[in-house]
Ligand binder design. Structure first.
Ligand code: AMP
Ligand code: ZN
Length: 464
């Protein structure tokens, strides 16, 4: 029988649920981050929410977590096969700004989405442009080991030299080639080969380019994730995540180049979230021109952003989810019903109920069964346990659910409304990145006798 208090995660490598064992403490978690040439859409955000459930579940299981997220600010080309324009330069031209300005702007927008969705920030944000030398070093090792060849437009990885090229995708080589054949590059030796370094075009000056042993240019997209994850998590490469659309190309290529360079297994666990779709046959993607933004849909449906998080909780992360606007309204109603029941529980936080806690742990530790975890929360609210114990148990559940469930209870009893309003005003200033106003408001709150602390799971106000 499985010991369900251990944490089980579905590993794309083995295509099975495996008991999670970390290499060392802290657990090394690497999640592929945004390409900052445009806003993140709610499909992207579904993946970041799944990764947040994973991270919170690890924390709930008393693992320490070192979470790294890259920011792709160069080298991600419009086509998957290293062809076409660089998305960053394209975004810059579209907006009449520099690629660097575009990167700063959209990264700030992305961070706002994370705050709105109660997603705990990574410990490290790393931009590809800040780790060019690490990427060049890795390509140099691959070259020395004979894995690379040069064409007229760049340095390529020869995938035929890496025996286990399909170990993540489980596709046979013909199927992988088929997927890679969308765009034609006659100079590539194999359809699945990919660019490690691209040369700047001769007739055109790029905004982002660097000298390298092979000539002026810029790194391919996949190499950044290998270089930065090896740099930050060298001896604890535990879990690597992304959406399932990254399995066949991006993550497959990351494994090929990292393992060829180090002669060691890259990450032990690969977790992938299913996509948010627009219909049964159409995924949400910038390239499809059908993206929806969090700010817009929540304004249109008149719901708080956490309603989207709640909606994501209701579909297991490995199941596709089809977006319907009414799903937000329904989630918002369910969430506000939960909040209302919790508000009626008062403000005294008691012990955690062991039976509900065990059920909850069993659910989240079974490959993040969040729909079940929400059902257990509902069961707890309906149970005849006393209010204090309910609150104590909910507080513990909410460290995983991240729905800010008991903020009103705490604040309503002890913190005067004037202070709460100032805190809310400060939160709005922070969302707008207006740090000066945020600091002024913090000082004002302090002068009135309260301290304000920013925690990953929300703001805490205390009487000094
Ligand atoms: P990108 O900015 O395209 O590199 O994507 C950022 C993250 O969002 C990656 O983990 C992708 O796998 C994921 N992603 C992209 N499209 C979707 C979608 N429609 N639904 C869920 N996740 C997605
Ligand atoms: Zn990546």
């Amino acid at each position: 029988m499985l010991d369900l208090m251990s944490l089980f995660l579905y590993n794309t490598l083995s295509r099975s649920k495996e008991e999670f064992k970390s290499i060392a403490s802290p657990v090394g978690l690497y999640t592929c981050g945004p390409t900052v040439y445009h806003y993140a859409h709610i499909g992207n955000l579904r993946t970041y929410i799944f990764e947040d459930f994973l991270k919170r579940t690890l924390l709930y299981n008393n693992f320490q977590v070192e979470h790294i997220m890259n920011v792709t600010d160069v080298g991600h080309l419009v086509g998957d096969q290293d062809m076409g324009e660089d998305k960053m330069e394209k975004g810059a031209a579209r907006e009449g700004k520099t690629a660097w300005e575009i990167a700063d702007f959209y990264l700030a927008q992305f961070k706002k989405d994370l705050i709105a969705l109660n997603i705990i920030e990574p410990a490290v944000w790393c931009k590809a442009t800040d780790y060019i030398s690490e990427q060049i070093d890795l390509i140099t090792i691959l070259q020395e080991k004979g894995y690379t060849y040069q064409t007229s437009d760049g340095v390529y990885y020869d995938t035929s030299k890496f025996a286990d090229y399909n170990k993540l995708s489980h596709l046979n080589l013909d199927e992988l080639k088929e997927g890679a054949r969308v765009e034609k590059n006659d100079e590539k030796k194999n359809a699945t080969d990919f660019a490690l370094w691209k040369f700047s075009p001769k007739d055109q000056k790029r905004q982002m380019e660097w000298e390298s042993p092979w000539g002026k240019g810029f790194p391919g997209w996949h190499i950044e994730c290998s270089a930065m994850s090896l740099h930050f998590l060298k001896d604890h490469l535990d879990i690597h995540c992304g959406g399932i659309d990254h399995i066949n190309i991006h993550h497959t290529n990351e494994i090929a180049q990292s393992e060829a360079a180090t002669n060691q297994k890259f990450f032990n666990y690969w977790l992938h979230g299913a996509l948010l779709n627009i219909s049964d046959s159409e995924k949400m993607a910038k390239s499809e021109g059908n993206i929806l933004l969090l700010e817009k849909v929540t304004e249109e449906e008149k719901v708080e952003p956490l309603a989207f998080r709640y909606a994501c909780l209701l579909t297991h992360y490995r199941k596709p989810m089809t977006y319907k606007p009414e799903m937000l309204g329904q989630a918002a109603t369910a969430l506000s019903n939960v909040r209302r029941s919790i508000e009626n529980l008062g403000a005294q936080i008691g012990e955690i109920d062991s039976s509900f806690s065990e059920q909850f742990t069993t659910a989240v530790n079974d490959d993040l069964n969040m729909p079940q975890a929400v059902a257990i929360l509902q069961g707890l609210l309906k149970s005849d346990l006393n209010s204090e114990i309910k609150l104590g148990t909910i507080q513990s559940f909410d460290t995983v659910l991240g729905l800010d469930l008991i903020r009103t209870n705490n604040l309503a009893e002890e913190i005067p409304s004037e202070i709460r309003e100032l805190a809310a005003e400060r939160e709005r200033a922070r969302l707008d990145q207006d740090w000066a106003t945020s600091d002024v408001l913090r000082t004002k709150i302090q002068k009135l006798g309260y301290s304000i602390e920013d925690h990953p799971d929300g703001v805490k106000i205390r009487k000094i």
